[in-house]
Design a protein around this ligand. Structure first.
Ligand SMILES: [Zn+2]
Ligand SMILES: [Zn+2]
Length: 98
């Protein structure tokens, strides 16, 4: 195991791991997971919304902007109509058509 603080080696000390260089200690088996992957995916989803979707003239009820992109989202029940989801191109506010 490597110390996350100083990159030194961690040595077992009781039921913990301890760094002899900076004094950092952590529980044995603890793994630090940094969730960068999820952040990236969410960013990609937001980026793909612009430019590829049809646009329509509609007033955003949040900022008053007059244009929004829209997608059709099919509900699971076959007898229900698809819902149109709008996203304001000004403030990125999302809402659905009722
Ligand atoms: Zn250390
Ligand atoms: Zn808006």
């Amino acid at each position: 195991m490597i110390c996350p603080g100083c990159k030194g080696l961690l040595y077992p000390q009781g039921d913990q791991l301890a760094c002899r260089r900076c004094g950092h200690t952590q529980a044995k088996g603890a793994v630090q997971v940094i969730d960068h992957e999820r952040e990236k995916k969410e960013q990609v989803v937001m980026d793909s919304v612009d430019g590829t979707l049809p646009r329509t003239t509609i007033i955003c009820d949040k900022c008053g902007h007059g244009e929004a992109t829209w997608v059709l989202r099919q509900t699971r029940a076959a007898d229900e109509p698809a819902t149109r989801i709008y996203q304001c191109t000004g403030c990125r506010h999302k809402w659905r058509e009722y």
